[in-house]
Design a protein around this ligand. Structure first.
Ligand SMILES: Nc1nc2c(ncn2[C@@H]2O[C@H](COP(=O)(O)OP(=O)(O)OP(=O)(O)O)[C@@H](O)[C@H]2O)c(=O)[nH]1
Ligand SMILES: [Mg+2]
Length: 577
C-alpha cells in the first residue's frame, strides 16, 4: 500500500511524514517550498507494509509549476488500494480545502488531516471536524504534527480512507459553505510573536536585522571556526609536528617513497601546505571546511525554522526583481553559500524555467560555497589581509547582479508575470529535535557527498604532479593564461585542480612563490567563477539538461576570461606591476 502526503506548502507534511515513516528523513523548514522533490520511505503501519511518500507542497493540481508537475506525476501511481492523506493547515483552511476539492474531483481515496490544531487553540478558533467530515464525505482527523497529537487516530483510521462522492460544483462557493458551517473564528489574541512579526515586516527594520544576522554569522565563522577549531584545536593538537598523528603517519609511511609523497607530501611548511592525502587533504576537509560548514548550517537551520528566511525573501525581492528573479531566489543563494550542491538542488523553488536558468548560472558563477570561502579566508585573508577579501566579495556581488541582468535581457521578456507571491509563514519556535536532525543530515551529506571529492581531488593532483603530467599541462596552457590574466604560470595547475575541488586549489595558491595580492585576487576570483565543483555540475546537469548546461559552461568560461582580463587590465592601469 502507498500513502501519499499531499497539501499546500508549509503545512507540516514533512513533519507528519517523519512521524509516519519510521526512517522518515524529510526536510522540515518554516518556509514554503522546502520539499522540492519527493521523499519515499517504507514502514509498517497496522501490520501492513506501507510506502509513505512526502510530496512537494502545491496549491492546485493543474501542473502550472514544477512542484505541481512533480506532485501530479507521483500521484499517477496512486491505485485503488492506495491512499492520499491531504494535510491542511487549520489556520489557512480555505486554501487547503481548495486542494482537497481538487483531489476529490480527481477521485483519489482520501483522508484529511487538519494540522496545526495547537495554533487553532491558541488563536481561540474553533474547527468542527465532524462537520467537515460530513461536508466532505471523507474521514477528517485533527493533528499537531510536531507533538504527535492525533497521529495515532490518523493511523487507526487509515483503512477508512475512501473516495468522496460529494458533488463539488463551484469550488469556492462550496468552500464558503463548509467554512460557514465548520469554522468559528475566536477572539484573536495578539501574541508577542505577532507583534514581532508586525515590526519586522517593515523594510528598514528588516534590512537592519539582515545586517545583524550576517554580522553574527561571519563573526562566529571567524572566531569559532577559524581561530578556535582550526588553529586552536586541530592545527595545534593534531596536524602539527610531534603530535600523535604526526608520529603515527611517519611510522606508517616511509620518507622519500612515492607513497609518502602522495600520502604525506612535503611537510617543510607544515601540514596545511604539504599536500598529502592524509595531511592537506584531511586538514582542509576536516580542519578548515567542516567547522565552517557546521557553523553556517547551524545558523541557517535555526533561522530557517524560526521563519526568518521568507522575510529575507521580501527584502531580496526589491533587488532581485531587477535582474529577472523573484525574492525566493535568495533561499537557494543562501543555501549555496553553505554548499553549492543543495543550493543548486533548491533552485527549483523559483517558479519558471527561465528564472531557474538565470539562478543556476548565478549560483555557479557568483556564489562561493563555504569551502571556497573558508579557504580564501585562510589563505588570502591570512597572506594579504582583509581588504583583499572584501574586494573579492565586491566583485562577486557585482557579478551576481551583472550576470543576472545580462541573462534577463538576453533571454527576452518572460510571458508570465513573475511578481512575488509568497506566503509569509508565522514565526515559530524552532524544535530542537528538528534542528539537531537537520544539522546531522546536512553534515552527513557533506561528509559523504563532498569529502570523497576532496580526497579524490588531492589524490589525482598528487599523482599528476608526481608523474610530471601537471607540469606538461601547465606548460601548454600556462603561457596564454599567464599573458591574459597576468598570473604566474604555476597557478594553472591550481586552476586545473579547481575543477575537482576549489578549496584545495585555493590552498595551492599559497604555495606559489612571489605572487602579489592582485594575482592572488585574480586567481581566487577566477577559481570561484569558472566552474562549480564536479558535484554541483552533476546537479546542474540534472536540473537544466544538456543544452542549458553547455550554454552555462560556455558562459562561465567567457565570464572567467573577461573578468580575469579586466582585473589584469586594471592592475596595469593602476600600475600595480
Ligand atoms: N505549531 C505547529 N507547527 C507545525 C505543526 N506541523 C508543522 N509545523 C511547523 O510548520 C513548518 C512547516 O513544516 P513542514 O513539515 O516543513 O511543511 P511542509 O508541508 O512539508 O512544507 P513544504 O515542504 O514546503 O511544502 C515547520 O516549521 C514545522 O515545525 C503543528 O502541528 N503545529
Ligand atoms: Mg515538506
Amino acid at each position: 500500500m502507498k500513502i501519499f502526503l499531499a497539501g499546500n506548502p508549509n503545512v507540516g507534511k514533512s513533519v507528519l511524514f517523519n512521524r509516519l515513516a519510521s526512517a522518515g528523513n524529510s526536510f522540515v523548514s518554516n518556509y514554503p517550498g522546502t520539499t522540492v522533490d519527493y521523499f519515499v520511505s517504507s514502514t509498517e503501519i497496522n501490520g501492513r507494509e506501507v510506502e509513505v511518500i512526502d510530496l512537494p507542497g502545491v496549491y492546485s493540481l493543474e501542473g502550472t509549476n514544477e512542484a505541481e508537475e512533480v506532485a501530479l506525476k507521483i500521484l499517477k501511481d496512486c491505485g485503488e488500494e492506495d491512499l492520499v492523506i491531504n494535510v491542511i493547515d487549520a489556520t489557512r483552511i480555505r486554501n487547503g480545502l481548495f486542494l482537497t476539492l481538487s483531489l476529490i474531483e480527481k477521485g483519489y481515496p482520501l483522508i484529511v488531516a487538519v494540522n496545526m490544531m495547537d495554533v487553532v487553540r491558541k488563536k481561540g478558533m474553533e474547527i468542527d471536524l465532524k462537520a467537515l467530515e460530513e461536508s466532505l464525505g471523507v474521514p477528517v482527523v485533527g493533528t499537531v504534527a510536531i507533538s504527535g497529537e492525533g497521529v495515532d487516530e490518523l493511523i487507526s483510521r487509515i483503512e477508512e480512507g475512501k473516495k468522496a462522492s460529494v458533488d463539488v460544483g463551484d469550488k469556492w462557493a462550496f468552500i464558503d459553505r463548509i467554512v460557514a458551517r465548520a469554522v468559528r473564528h475566536g477572539e484573536r489574541k495578539i501574541t508577542l510573536l505577532d507583534e514581532i512579526d508586525e515590526v519586522t515586516l517593515n523594510p528598514l527594520v528588516n534590512l537592519a536585522i539582515a545586517f545583524v544576522v550576517l554580522y553574527c554569522i561571519f563573526t562566529s565563522f571567524l572566531r569559532v571556526g577559524h581561530i578556535f577549531l582550526t588553529e586552536g584545536l586541530i592545527g595545534k593538537y593534531i596536524f602539527a609536528q610531534q603530535t600523535f598523528y604526526d608520529v603515527l603517519i611517519h611510522r606508517i609511511f616511509e620518507k622519500n617513497t612515492f607513497l609518502y609523497e602522495i600520502m604525506v607530501g612535503n611537510t617543510n611548511q607544515g601540514y596545511l601546505y604539504s599536500f598529502g592525502l592524509l595531511t592537506t587533504g584531511l586538514y582542509i576537509a576536516l580542519g578548515v571546511v567542516l567547522p565552517a560548514i557546521f557553523i553556517f548550517y547551524a545558523w541557517l537551520t535555526v533561522l530557517e525554522d524560526i521563519g526568518y528566511l521568507p522575510r529575507l525573501t521580501l527584502l531580496a525581492d526589491i533587488v532581485l526583481s531587477k535582474i529577472g528573479l523573484s525574492g525566493t531566489a535568495i533561499i537557494p543563494t543562501i543555501l549555496g553559500m553553505g554548499c553549492n550542491v543543495p543550493g543548486m538542488a533548491a533552485s527549483r523553488i523559483v517558479d519558471s524555467s527561465r528564472q531557474k536558468f538565470i539562478l543556476a548560472n548565478i549560483l555557479a558563477i557568483a556564489v562561493p560555497c563555504t569551502a571556497q570561502l573558508s579557504v580564501a579566508l585562510h589563505v588570502i585573508g591570512g597572506m594579504f589581509g582583509l581588504k583583499y577579501l572584501i574586494f573579492v566579495f565586491f566583485i562577486l556581488i557585482l557579478l551576481y547582479g551583472i550576470i543576472g541582468a545580462l541573462l534577463d535581457r538576453v533571454m527576452g521578456k518572460s510571458s508570465l508575470s513573475e511578481e512575488l507571491i509568497m506566503e509569509i509563514p508565522p514565526y515559530r519556535r524552532p524544535m530542537l529535535r528538528n534542528i539537531v536532525k537537520k544539522l546531522e543530515m546536512r553534515m552527513r551529506s557533506f561528509l559523504f557527498d563532498a569529502l570523497p571529492w576532496i580526497i579524490v581531488g588531492v589524490l589525482i593532483v598528487n599523482v599528476l604532479y608526481q608523474s610530471g603530467l601537471l607540469g606538461m599541462i601547465e606548460n601548454a596552457v600556462g603561457p596564454f593564461l599567464a599573458f591574459w590574466l597576468g598570473i604566474p604560470p604555476e597557478m594553472v595547475g591550481a586552476l586545473i585542480v579547481g575543477f575537482l575541488r576549489k578549496d584545495v586549489a585555493i590552498a595551492f595558491f599559497s604555495l606559489i612563490p612571489g605572487m602579489n595580492a592582485w594575482q592572488a585576487v585574480t586567481g581566487v576570483v577566477i577559481l570561484m567563477i569558472y566552474f562549480p565543483c564536479v558535484a554541483t555540475f552533476v546537479i546542474m546537469f540534472k536540473e537544466l539538461g544538456f543544452l542549458n548546461t553547455l550554454k552555462s559552461t560556455i558562459l562561465m568560461i567567457a565570464v572567467a576570461l573577461v573578468v580575469g582580463g579586466l582585473l589584469h587590465g586594471l592592475s596595469i592601469l593602476f600600475g600595480v606591476f
